[in-house]
Design a protein around this ligand. Structure first.
Ligand code: NAI
Ligand code: MG
Length: 477
């Protein structure tokens, strides 16, 4: 006998979405000139009109950030800066439900994740960095390290407010001021964060938010008043940014794509491993740069594990992101859905076997069923390219050495996972893997104290922890 889940929708009445938004510059909302719609990807409902920032908006924002840097922010002690960060962190906690609902509406991710993962981690990042603000001289980064000045920050749509926190919290803690651009499909929580800055009475111009598209991002990158760039997004745009700043004194951290290997040895506890695989690839609809998107199984357990995985996948609830029972929400945009569909079709054409559980997908909005491909070889596009969706590619191996070779056979190097009962095997494997983050017997665990970043085409530099602070500081005089 199976029990059906009754609908358990979270109310959206807590959020107040305006019909139109401007930019947040010098502590005030200023109207934009051109606008574009932001929609709820689960329903295609238009939520609001967002301003498309141009060169003059970016100029004003950079000027405000420069002024705030010289007049107020760089004059404050670390202890005083820390107070603002603590205040922001507490307001974020107080307004957590509002942020969770708004993020779910604008992004399509399940409320279970925004409520239990995104927003608590956002607050944790501000608390963590608040604690550092008055201790930078003791962080092992040299005697009285100094901020760069104005940081230009460009973020993606997969974890909108969390990526803002990863960027804004360390920048402010280290004494930099900020011009941030959210992604075009998910600007609403950044604009609500602007209200939090006002509520916390953060000095005007310390945080500026200019909304817009790639051209707005490029205007920030190329602005001569920007001293440091922090970018998270596609490897393509990351390379463009690297080219744009070559030969300038601008510093940059780039968090780019990934094709994370999740290696399962034949002594792994299979039921727990299945949970980790599901979390590794179906968390946030697979819109995760460090997703475990290549499952690399030891041959002896491959069939049994795939059977268990299919049973588990049949239990994934796909649907209304605001429903508290939902596991897999909507794909963030039509463009992203088309990209996932195109790569899945390439998987079929190249001879891999596709499987998805039976599930009903709504006709409105953008949806993709949880999917696995077995019989994948290293030459297949679905083994090489980032799909950034709920699609898992399964490969197999015989010897531990072969597992490592397959795992490292990628232009990326952001994350990896190892599943085994044997500690020595885990230590051996983690040392061979060319990836910035390696999880053992778990996956997709995040913490502000832990540095995050990639090898090879997955990016430059680290965010989080002490290493993340270093990116916002230069040697003191
Ligand atoms: P994208 O890299 O184009 O967008 C990320 C951010 O960069 C957005 O705010 C965008 O407006 C901005 N941007 C775009 N062009 C720019 C430029 N020339 N200069 C400065 N900023 C610019 O990513 P997109 O198109 O949304 O997604 C495409 C693919 O990228 C995805 O399918 C996925 O594979 C990957 N991706 C990876 C992410 C990650 O976390 N590693 C996040 C988002 C996308
Ligand atoms: Mg949206």
């Amino acid at each position: 006998m199976t029990f059906e889940y009754a609908p358990a929708p979270e109310s959206r009445s807590i959020v107040d979405i305006k019909a139109k938004y401007g930019h947040f510059i010098d502590g005030k909302f200023v109207p934009g000139k051109k606008h574009f719609a932001t929609i709820n990807p689960a329903t295609e409902e238009v939520l609001s009109q967002i301003s498309l920032g141009g060169q003059s908006d970016v100029d004003k924002a950079v000027l405000a950030a420069q002024k705030a840097y010289t007049k107020s922010w760089s004059k404050l002690s670390g202890k005083e800066r820390g107070k603002y960060l603590y205040r922001i962190a507490r307001i974020l906690q107080e307004r957590a439900r509002e942020f969770a609902v708004l993020e779910t509406l604008d992004n399509g991710k399940p409320i279970r994740e925004t409520r239990d993962i995104d927003i608590p981690l956002v607050a944790a990042h501000f608390f963590y960095h608040a604690g550092w603000a008055d201790k930078l001289d003791y962080a092992g980064l040299g005697k009285s390290p100094q901020p760069h000045g104005v940081a230009g920050q460009i973020i993606p749509w997969n974890f909108p407010l969390l990526m803002l926190a990863w960027k804004v919290a360390p920048a402010l803690a280290t004494g930099n001021t900020v011009v941030l651009k959210p992604a075009e499909t998910t600007s609403l929580t950044a604009l609500l964060f602007a209200e939090v800055c006002q509520q916390a009475e953060l000095p005007d111009g310390v945080v500026n938010i200019v909304t817009g598209d790639g051209s707005t991002g490029a205007a920030i990158v190329n602005h001569p008043g920007i001293h440091k760039i922090a970018f998270t997004g596609s490897t393509d745009v990351g390379k463009r940014i690297a080219r744009a700043i070559a030969g300038t004194s601008k510093k940059a951290t780039l968090e780019l794509g990934g094709k994370g290997a999740n290696i399962v040895f034949d002594d792994a506890p299979l039921d727990e491993t299945v949970e980790g695989i599901v979390n590794g690839i179906f968390f946030n609809q697979g819109h995760v740069c460090c997703a475990g998107s290549r499952l690399i199984l030891q041959e002896g357990i491959a069939d049994e594990l795939i059977e268990k995985l299919k049973v588990r996948m049949a239990k994934i609830r796909v649907g209304d992101p605001l429903d508290k029972n939902t596991d897999l929400g909507a794909i963030n945009s039509k463009e992203q859905l088309l990209k996932i569909q195109e790569l899945a079709i390439a998987g079929d054409a190249e001879g891999a076997q596709r499987w998805s559980p039976a599930c009903t997908l709504s006709a409105k909005g953008f949806w993709f069923a949880p999917t696995i491909f077995t019989g994948v070889t290293q030459a297949h596009r679905i083994a090489r390219e980032e799909i950034f969706g709920p699609v898992l590619s399964v490969l197999t191996f015989r010897t531990p050495q072969e597992a490592i070779e397959k795992a490292n056979n990628t232009p990326f190097g952001l994350s990896a996972g190892v599943w085994s009962e044997k500690g020595s095997r885990i230590l051996w494997a983690t040392q061979q893997l060319r990836a910035g983050v390696v999880w053992a017997n778990t996956f997709n665990k995040f913490d502000p104290t832990s540095p995050f970043g990639g090898y090879k085409e997955s990016g430059w530099g680290r965010e989080g922890g002490k290493h993340g602070l270093a990116a916002y500081l230069k040697e003191g005089k």
